[in-house]
Design a protein around this ligand. Structure first.
Ligand SMILES: Cc1ncc(COP(=O)(O)O)c(C=O)c1O
Length: 391
């Protein structure tokens, strides 16, 4: 299979591992080599409840027995998509109320940008240096890493970039700004956290000039930082909330959420301001509903902060410079990209899956399922520390 993978399935790196997967369950992925691999990456923060969570699998099977796809987005009232949107409305503060379901995080970002331009009638966008929002042309236009975008220009015009945590840059947010788009925790840059009341001041500036604040919670969302959404730690509410990854329980999904008033601007002048065939698909929504309701009903959010403490107490070594992030969204600074890649490769040989951050390869990513047990955390951290001592 591996040779066919490299022959027929497109890769965009020269170093894909081609790891052959047999099955996955809980915190483990089982290889075709017969070995169990402890997963500290969780599909890059997507497997909130681990692999093949029984509630999620059951929900998918029940929906598959009824029907899969019946109509393009937003035409028919279907039980599971409606239930997901209602659950999100109940679990988030006002004025967040209505949700547009799409197929991926990047599509949700594109939808949010369109919504902000349409509602405000403005053209300028403020985005952040080192930001990552996905890989469609729209999402790439607001990404703050030149090396990843240079060859794909022209991208969206009128996007200006400011520095995360630098309040002097607020002056660039003006009456011409349609929206400010920002990750609640900067992911690809190494899980960089907002400092002090930075987000409150950012929101205040947006309000002063009538710009909408779009928060990208595609990675921290759904309990990973100890709250359903990370913005709840910072005493603000965005005008548009973007989510994806962990809301699906392992199926492809994204969404953007806003007030009824803002969202309704996509339904006229022109009508069908955003359309998608499969967004809000019943099968995906069944999986999402099972995932989100389990996160809300269980103790997983509170446990995420306890598990962070355990990780931080175990990952102590002179080769670890720093650990960024919050909850189960941790980036371990190993000094250089070369060393980090070497450590990740050796950990894999020893049965532990870790990864690195997209822009800052010196950071080792630790984003396990929220359901990971303390024993599994201890086992994985022991492998990391042994590896650091070894190489
Ligand atoms: C913060 C953030 N925004 C957007 C995206 C894009 O999501 P997707 O890969 O589902 O398009 C990602 C994916 O890694 C992300 O981490």
């Amino acid at each position: 299979m591996k040779s066919e993978f490299f022959k027929y399935q497109a890769q965009t790196t020269a170093f894909a591992s081609g790891f052959e997967v047999e099955k996955a369950e809980g915190s483990y992925i089982y290889g075709k080599d017969g070995r169990a691999y402890l997963d500290f990456v969780a599909g890059v923060s997507a497997n909130t409840l681990g692999h093949s969570h029984p509630k999620v699998i059951q929900a998918i099977k029940e929906q598959a027995d009824k029907y899969l796809h019946v109509m393009v987005y937003g035409e028919y009232a279907q039980e599971k998509p409606v239930a997901v949107c209602k659950l999100l409305a109940e679990a988030t503060p006002a004025p967040l109320e209505v949700t547009y379901l799409v197929n991926s995080g990047a599509e949700a970002i594109d939808g949010a940008l369109k919504l902000a331009k349409r509602y405000t009638g403005r053209e300028e966008i403020i985005a952040f240096k080192d930001a990552y929002h996905g890989n469609t042309h729209g999402a790439l236009s607001v990404a703050g890493n030149e090396a990843h975008k240079r060859e794909f220009r022209p991208l969206l015009p009128m996007v200006n970039f400011i520095e995360f945590n630098n309040r002097e840059d607020f002056a660039q947010i003006t009456e011409k700004t349609a929206c400010v788009i920002v990750e609640t925790i900067q992911g690809a840059a190494g899980f960089i956290m907002p400092e002090g009341d930075y987000f409150q001041q950012l929101k205040k500036r947006c309000e002063e000039v009538g710009a909408l604040l779009i928060l990208d919670e595609i990675q921290p969302g759904f309990g990973r930082t100890g709250k359903l959404f990370a913005f709840e730690h910072y005493g603000i509410v965005p005008d548009i909330l973007v989510m994806g990854k962990g809301m699906g329980g392992g199926v492809p999904v994204g969404a953007f959420m806003s007030s009824k008033e803002i969202m309704s601007s996509l339904s006229h002048s022109p009508k069908l301001g955003h359309i998608t065939t499969f967004g809000g698909n019943a099968l995906i929504a069944a999986s999402s509903y099972a995932t989100i309701s389990e996160v809300l009903e269980s103790n997983l959010m509170a446990e995420a902060l306890e598990k962070e403490k355990l990780f931080r107490s175990l990952l102590v070594d002179p080769k670890i410079k720093n650990i960024n992030g919050k909850g189960l969204m941790l980036a371990v600074d190993l000094g250089t990209p070369e060393y980090c890649l070497q450590v990740a490769a050796r950990c894999m040989e020893k049965g532990l899956i870790v990864f690195w951050q997209l822009y800052k390869n010196n950071y080792m990513r630790i984003t396990p399922p929220l359901t990971i047990s303390p024993e599994e955390i201890e086992k994985g951290c022991r492998i990391i520390i042994d590896t650091l001592n070894e190489i």
